[in-house]
Every structure is written in C-alpha cells, then in structure tokens.
Design a protein around this ligand. Structure first.
Ligand SMILES: C[S@@+](CC[C@H](N)C(=O)[O-])C[C@H]1O[C@@H](n2cnc3c(N)ncnc32)[C@H](O)[C@@H]1O
Length: 254
C-alpha cells in the first residue's frame, strides 16, 4: 500500500523525492500524478526496484495472493481476464504461469506497462496504456475484471465509472473483483491517518480513497449487479492468507 511503502522509505528519501513540504511543482490529473510518482521513484532507486515499489512492493507475496483470489472467485484457466491498473505485473507474472487463456492489462503509466509486459513474457497477451478511465475492449467478452489496489486511488465517481466499464465488457455471469480500503478496518484507519499526514506535507503521490460498504451496496444496485462476496482485509479467503485490503466481488446477471 502506498502510504505504508512511503513510510518505509523514510523521511530523508521523501524529502529527496520532493514529497515533503516545499515541493514547488504539483502534477495535475490522474495520469500526471501517477507518472510523476513513478518518475520520482526512478530518480532515487534502480529502475526495477522503482517498478516494484511504485505499486506497493511485496511483489511475489501479493502477486500470489492476487492470483489465488481470482482463481478462488472462478476465473477459468482458459478464460479472459482484464486487469485494470495492472501496474508493473505483480499479478500478470504469476498468472502467466497458470493461465492458458487471454489477458488484457491496463495502466496509466507507460513504464509500468512496459515492465509488466516484459516480466509476463506472454506475446499472446495485451498490455495497454490508458489515459484516464477506459477499458479498450468489446462488450461482453471477459470472464472477470479485477481492480487490485486501484479504486483505493480513485475518486468515487471515477471508481463507479470504471465499474460501469467493467460491467460492459463482462460476459453475462462474469465477475468483477476489486479490493478496497474501509475505515472500519483498524489497519485501513491507520492508512487514513498516514494519508492525512502526507497531505499536510504536500505529498506528490496518488491519493488514498476509502469506500464504505453502504456505498458499495448503492453502486451494485445502480449497476444492476449482485454482491457475491464482501470480505474484510484481514480475512484469509484462500490458503495463501489475507490480502490486507478488503475484497468485493460483483456478479453480472446471466
Ligand atoms: C497500487 S498500484 C496496484 C497495481 C496492481 N493492480 C497490483 O496490485 O500490483 C495501482 C495502479 O493503478 C494504476 N492506476 C491508477 N489509476 C488508474 C486508471 N484510471 N486507469 C488505469 N490504471 C490506473 C496506477 O498507475 C498503478 O499502477
């Protein structure tokens, strides 16, 4: 999670990255902020390390958890997965060894997409850069659309817009799996407190967003989708353990 990883980086590094008070130039807009954050990391650490830290680190461990969850929630091995905000390939890498079907990975940041494409090493898969909120695919083609630690960095209207896009590209019976932060989880509340501190320092970093379950219920109603599962971040849903972020699974009617 971004705030956790920023805290780990330490204050002197934050200052070098320009996230401490006094940073003069603030990037504007979703894409610019995400690119600026990756560029700042690239400026203070080796490229490959920056690619992993930019999306939250713990690459192998979280990647295995993310894969276990899409499998647990019914992704067919030979199906089609769209991974929105795929970052540098934390899921794509382990998925590439299991999945025989097709995959579309989307992200705002060209460097992250290039890294994901390279480590997944699947010439048959698509990796594409998007500019704002967009799933460049046909209606009704995907078995599952996942958003791991993505709606955690969007405004609510942007998240809902993406969920509409996801519903459009899903086959009847297809599923959306998204992770989220909620203030009722003690660990997420600490992230909120850290986020307040970073805001006071004028941090150049993607924002953190918290979604309550009542909001998800309204979104599901508006989308005409069913909430198939809703789990707290400390729940070990699979044998691999708990993801840390809470999980919601929405089903598109048949
Ligand atoms: C915390 S990272 C998580 C990456 C990946 N899902 C994972 O779990 O390893 C969030 C990612 O979402 C991407 N992102 C943020 N807003 C996006 C948007 N509107 N469209 C596509 N990607 C977005 C960021 O660039 C970043 O790579």
């Amino acid at each position: 999670m971004l705030t956790t990883q920023l805290r780990r980086l330490g204050r002197s590094l934050l200052t070098r990255m320009g996230v401490a008070a006094g940073a003069k130039v603030r990037p504007q807009g979703l894409k610019a902020v995400n690119i600026a954050f990756v560029d700042l990391l690239k400026g203070v650490m080796p490229h490959n390390e920056a690619m992993e830290i930019a999306i939250g680190g713990n690459f192998a461990e979280i990647g295995a958890l993310e894969l276990a969850l899409v499998r647990h929630y019914g992704l067919p091995r030979d199906g089609r997965l769209i991974d929105v905000g795929c970052g540098s390939g934390r899921l794509a890498k382990p998925l590439s060894e299991w999945m025989t079907g097709s995959y579309l990975g989307l992200d705002l940041v060209p460097d992250l997409i290039a890294h994901a494409k390279s480590i997944a090493a699947r010439p048959d898969w698509r990796f594409e850069v998007v500019d704002h909120i967009n799933i460049p695919d046909l209606d009704g083609v995907a078995d599952m659309v996942c958003f791991y630690s993505v709606l955690t960095h969007l405004q609510h209207e942007q998240s809902y817009w993406y969920l509409e896009e996801a519903r459009r590209v899903l086959k009847p019976g297809g599923r959306i799996v998204f992770s989220f932060l909620e203030l009722c989880q003690p660990v997420h509340l600490q992230i909120f407190r850290d986020t307040v501190e970073l805001a006071k320092q004028g941090a150049v970093a993607p924002m953190n967003t918290f979604i309550d379950r009542g909001t998800i219920e309204v979104w599901a109603d508006e989308l005409g989708m069913e909430i198939l599962d809703l789990r707290g971040g400390s729940d070990a849903i699979t044998a691999e353990g708990a993801l840390g972020q809470s999980i919601c699974v929405l089903g598109k009617p048949h």
